[in-house]
Design a protein around this ligand. Structure first.
Ligand SMILES: [Zn+2]
Length: 478
């Protein structure tokens, strides 16, 4: 009995014996113990007890290696936090309305007269300074100072230099002027100066009488802002046919104005709204992440369609799609596109991104471009006076990029753009074809986008808007 027990016990131990050194030790101790001889050996129960931890021990898992960093003594480290970089406008002087003001403050010289000179073809900075009456020595020293601030090679013809006796000023970068000055102690020196810029928020709304263009300009919309507005709305709206008298528009953008020249130097669009025979459209610009920059409605649906219906601004639809008597050959024929009358030279933009399939002369189409956008959609543009220089078969184009200019080449009676949309190589009516909608904003940016929408809406509402962009108010709970 005892032996049996012991054997059984050993059998139990055996497979465990190799596990750890302590298990072997315990096993040995028990064996000796059981040999002490008494029949009613109570110690057995005691002998079992120490075993329990061994049997119940979980399989030994590999321990994580200690972090090698813990092997080193802790050492106090002197941490100097990086200082915030001062803004350029805090370290550079501000440009002045006249060259004379800067010459006076920087060098003490008085200036009797200053004049603007434009760079002529083949002329360098040296030549323009000589033209302004500088001596050869002054010209050489001034150019040497100037080359520290800017590359003076390949300057644009027509570039303006304001020149006075003790210094001159020019600009090679928007928002920044370079002054080259004759300092009484240091000789000729070069100074960068920031052009002062003021930012305004423009919120503009108005009612359309006959043309949205006229209504917008009458309301004071900046021309660049208007073009952006039309580009964004143009995906959803056919301005030639859908806009009616009494429709309303609104938009909000930040505008940077050069306070010296008064020129608008930047537009940061935030919101575009349109009320169209009761239908309300509103889009918000999002630029919180490079991958999601674009225009979206308040739910994050992209404003962009694959193709723009009217790839030209300020044009008038002069001939629709369908059967008509051809103005040149007199035959009745199917007109497989739409014609937009516009002055010669008006820029034509790519209706969508894609690859240029053809660019060149094409019989009665005159100068012609055809762009493949995807497996289904192509667009074609005819009668151009000129094709943009970088557009050749095989080149990639982006939606909105200028590809050519309105003309009257080929079989044409006057300056106009003949525009076709082709679905599976067959011309369809560009004004009525259903165009695929764009994508939704990437869900990772949706929360951030909605926050931005709320901020813009609060701003828009504060300005007494008709709130075209907002979703319908939720029905009141009964
Ligand atoms: Zn046509």
């Amino acid at each position: 009995m005892m032996i049996l027990k012991k054997r059984k016990f050993r059998a139990l131990i055996k497979p465990l014996a190799g596990l750890t050194a302590s298990a072997v030790m315990i096993g040995t101790a028990l064996t000796l113990d059981s040999q002490s001889g008494h029949a009613d050996v109570q110690p057995l129960a005691v002998a079992y007890a120490p075993m329990q931890p061994v049997i119940q021990t979980e399989p030994a898992l590999p321990k994580p290696r200690p972090d090698p960093a813990l092997a080193y003594d802790l050492q106090a480290v002197d941490i100097t936090l990086p200082r915030t970089k001062p803004a350029l406008k805090d370290i550079l002087p501000t440009s002045t309305a006249t060259l004379a003001e800067t010459i006076k403050t920087q060098t003490g010289h008085d200036t009797t007269s200053e004049s603007v000179y434009k760079l002529r073809a083949g002329e360098g900075v040296g030549a323009i300074l000589m033209r302004a009456g500088y001596s050869a020595a002054d010209t050489a020293a001034a150019i040497e100072a100037a080359t520290n601030k800017a590359s003076l090679r390949r300057l644009q013809i027509g570039m303006e230099f304001t020149i006075a006796e003790h210094g001159f000023r020019f600009s090679v970068k928007p928002g920044m002027d370079i002054y080259i000055l004759r300092h009484p102690d240091s000789g000729w020196i070069a100074i960068n100066a920031i052009r002062p810029v003021e930012t305004y928020i423009a919120f503009i709304q108005g009612s359309i009488d006959d043309s949205i263009y006229r209504a917008a300009l009458d309301a004071g919309v900046n021309e660049a802002a208007f073009n952006e507005y039309v580009r964004v709305m143009g995906f959803s709206v056919d301005f030639q046919r859908e806009v009616r008298r009494g429709d309303k528009f609104e938009m909000m953008y930040a505008m940077d104005r050069d306070s010296l020249s008064g020129d608008v130097v930047g537009i940061d669009f935030q919101y575009a709204g349109l009320s169209l025979s009761g239908d309300q459209l509103g889009f918000f610009r999002y630029d919180g992440a490079d991958s999601a920059i674009g225009w979206y409605d308040e739910n994050g649906n992209s404003a962009a369609r694959t193709l723009i219906r009217t790839p030209i601004t300020g044009a008038r639809l002069s001939s629709s799609f369908g059967t008509r008597r051809h103005p040149v050959n007199g035959f009745n024929a199917m007109h497989k596109g739409v014609d937009f009358a516009a002055p010669k030279g008006t820029p034509i933009i790519a209706a969508g991104s894609g690859v240029v399939r053809e660019a060149g002369w094409k019989g009665s189409y005159g100068r012609y471009i055809r762009i493949k956008h995807n497996a289904t959609y192509d667009t074609a543009y005819a009668h151009m006076t000129r094709i943009a220089p970088h557009i050749t078969a095989g080149s990639r184009v982006k939606q909105g990029e200028i590809i050519g200019y309105v003309g009257s080449t080929g079989r044409s009676t006057g300056a106009h753009l003949h525009y076709e949309i082709l679905v599976n190589n067959r011309q369809v009516n560009p004004m009525t074809v259903r165009l695929p909608t764009g994508k939704k904003i990437d869900p990772v940016h949706l929360d951030d986008f909605k926050k931005q929408v709320q901020m813009v809406e609060a701003e828009v509402l504060a300005r007494g808007t008709q709130r075209f962009a907002a979703a319908e108010p939720a029905p009141a709970t009964p």
